[in-house]
Design a protein around this ligand. Structure first.
Ligand code: PHE
Length: 444
């Protein structure tokens, strides 16, 4: 096991790189479609609770496991719990990350295609965005091509290494994306007729909430915060010894949630404002699924001056946000393979890339396969990995090690309340909560 790990060059770069992993298509593409499916405001409320009670504590825990062990996500468990099967938690996480990358690349491909169509102006000629998107979904060959392209670019960044590639990209472009989202939200909300969308986002319907909405919110929490797939363990292993783990996790969770909410406050007001018939909007939202972003947003751009400029800028920044996520997903499998089998970063990066390309191409041709992967990863594998992680840190690990790692060997001080709340959540709230939501969501 190698111990001469690279670390991120600066603290800000480190937080931004982990934030770059968290903020991605999960926030801007997946969050709105899950919100639409889950009934709007009620989904958002449950989602926020999941972030607070499961997401945040688990992110701290994943960072802690990674930084305490300085190893890939499988060896990190081996180091902290030698001779036990705990390493399989890390391995299942690595598998989930790689499977997710496979179908995530399809959505990355859509983003690139929409960017190119904005630059050439072709998107500006479209009148029926829903038809336009279905046509793309029916074109397996075209989607596959962009899957391959995106995988190659991702692999190139990971080969270049942690410092040059990931850190630099994240530093400049994340803040830019944030500003653009604010501008678009202001525009969408100021459209006449947008209030239906605001209502949908702000007034929860407590009476009609089903078990599967809880599971969807839980899955979205893991997906969006990059948890349960060994990614944050891997990034934690690159963290510097003087970085404040709870504070970083808090900052990343807040940023990630803000981006998702902003995306919601763009898509829903725009959807309601741009489709005059409210019933049509409702059914479009329910049927919206994966296409929502790619159908509603081009409509919003069309309502603005210089539509193709906004559109190109938006899809470009989305590509970058997606790239910082795909890099983290590929990195997780890569570093495991490279350290486990003693092969170079380059070769393992190529191996993982080939594997995810196969999955991506299959998902491009069969949307059912895409949906199946999305379901099994977000709603089954991620909660099933998150649960043992909370038990590992809450019960298995020595308390002294946990506190030493949280406080950087006593250099940071945390209130007694924080530490007991953290332990209580990891011991009881998270394991029980995840289990109940999981079982109830699958059977109900
Ligand atoms: N969190 C990323 C997003 O929301 C996706 C992702 C999932 C990245 C898992 C890394 C690991 O887009």
């Amino acid at each position: 096991m190698k111990n001469n790990r690279v670390t991120f060059a600066s603290k800000l770069g480190m937080v931004l790189a982990a934030a770059g992993s968290a903020v991605g298509l999960g926030n801007i593409w997946r969050f709105p479609s899950q919100t639409a499916d889950g009934g709007g405001a009620i989904f958002i409320l449950i989602y926020l609770a999941c972030i607070l009670f499961f997401g945040l504590p688990l992110m701290i825990s994943e960072f802690l496991i990674g930084r305490a062990s300085q190893a890939n996500a499988s060896d990190s468990f081996t180091k902290l719990a030698p001779g036990t099967p705990w390493k399989w938690v890390g391995r299942v996480g690595i598998l989930s990350a790689t499977l997710i990358l496979g179908y995530y690349l399809v959505v990355c491909g859509w983003t690139v295609i929409y960017f190119i169509e904005s630059v050439t102006g072709a998107l500006g000629e479209v009148t029926d965005f829903s038809g336009h998107f279905s046509e793309l979904q029916g074109n397996g060959g075209k989607q596959s091509l962009y899957v391959i392209l995106f995988a190659v670019v991702t692999a190139t960044f990971t080969i270049m290494g942690v410092k040059t590639g990931i850190e630099k990209a994240s530093k400049i472009l994340m803040p830019l994306l944030f500003l653009l989202l604010i501008a678009l939200a202001v525009r969408a909300i100021s459209l006449p007729g947008s209030t239906g969308g605001l209502h949908f986002l702000l007034y929860p319907d407590f009476l009609n909430v089903e078990g599967k909405v809880f599971l969807a919110a839980l899955g979205q929490t893991f997906f969006s915060l990059s948890l349960g797939m060994s990614v944050m363990i891997t990034y934690g292993s690159y963290f510097r010894k003087d970085s404040n783990l709870p504070k970083s996790a808090l900052q990343i969770s807040i940023l990630d949630t803000l981006v998702a909410l902003l995306a919601g406050f763009i898509i829903f007001p725009a959807a309601f404002a741009l489709t005059p018939d409210v019933n049509a909007v409702q059914s479009e939202l329910v049927a919206g699924g994966p296409g929502l972003l790619f159908i509603t947003l081009p409509g919003l751009f069309k309502s603005m001056p210089l539509p193709m400029l906004w559109s190109a800028l938006f899809f470009l920044l989305l590509i970058i946000a997606a790239l910082t996520s795909t890099i983290s997903l590929l990195e997780t499998g890569l570093v495991f393979i490279s350290e486990r089998f003693g092969i170079s970063r380059t070769l393992s990066s190529i191996l993982v890339a080939v594997f995810v390309i196969v999955i991506g191409v299959l998902s491009s041709y069969w949307p059912q396969f895409f949906n199946l992967l999305d379901f099994t990863t977000a709603k089954v594998l991620l909660p099933l990995t998150g649960l043992p992680i909370s038990i590992f840190v809450g019960w298995y690990l020595d308390r002294k090690l946990v506190y030493a790692e949280l406080s950087n060997n006593g250099t940071l001080t945390f209130g007694h309340r924080f530490l007991s709340a953290y332990t209580f959540i990891l011991r009881y709230v998270a394991p029980l909560g995840i289990m109940i939501i999981f079982v109830y969501g699958l059977v109900a």
